[in-house]
Design a protein around this ligand. Structure first.
Ligand code: CTP
Ligand code: ZN
Length: 155
């Protein structure tokens, strides 16, 4: 970027959260799983933005919103490279990388239609593991079936 164009590509926010370094192809999914398509808060996003680290990236900025662990875990499952930045009074207050949790509770559906969690009012519970090829899988605590990353449906 030349020195002539120093302003932010996506507008700065006064208070809220910036989700940076999202793979462009998952930006809309992140918007959906966080319910940002239904929020009353101001939301800005950018896709196919330049990134030194990743070549291309997506970014989402939400005014007046700070995420809870469950929401951060959802982001981690979809966009493990994401960085969360808390903004207070226009300043960067805190930066953190999201981390894929060891256990995923309540936020994802079990892929097995016969699982008790799909038949009765039972919260889902999974352990995260990686198969031989390094793909992320969720092992259901109840039916022991595996839900792979591509089949993850958020509750
Ligand atoms: N940001 C924002 N509103 C603010 C301050 C910062 O939206 N009031 C955003 C910036 O656009 C940037 C992120 O928060 O995407 C982090 O800000 P900063 O640390 O200042 O940017 P960089 O140093 O460029 O961060 P990095 O190199 O880690 O991407
Ligand atoms: Zn199950």
């Amino acid at each position: 970027m030349s020195d002539k164009r120093k302003e932010l590509i996506v507008s700065a926010i006064s208070n809220g959260t910036v989700i940076d370094h999202i793979p462009t192809e998952t930006v809309f999914q992140v918007i959906k799983i966080l319910g940002l398509n239904k929020t009353k808060n101001q939301v800005y996003f950018g896709i196919n933005l330049e990134s030194k680290k990743y070549g291309s990236k997506g970014i989402i900025k939400i005014s007046d919103k700070y995420f809870e662990t469950e929401e951060i875990n959802k982001i981690a499952l979809v966009a493990p490279s994401a960085t969360l930045i808390e903004i207070h009074d226009y300043e960067v207050f805190k930066k953190s990388s999201v981390r894929i949790p060891q256990n995923v509770n309540k936020i994802v559906k079990c892929f097995n239609p016969n699982c008790i969690t799909n038949k009765e009012d039972v919260d889902t519970k999974f352990e995260v593991f990686y198969d031989e090829s390094g793909s992320l899988k969720l092992s259901c605590h109840y039916c022991e079936k595996n839900t792979s990353k591509e089949n993850i449906v958020f509750i």
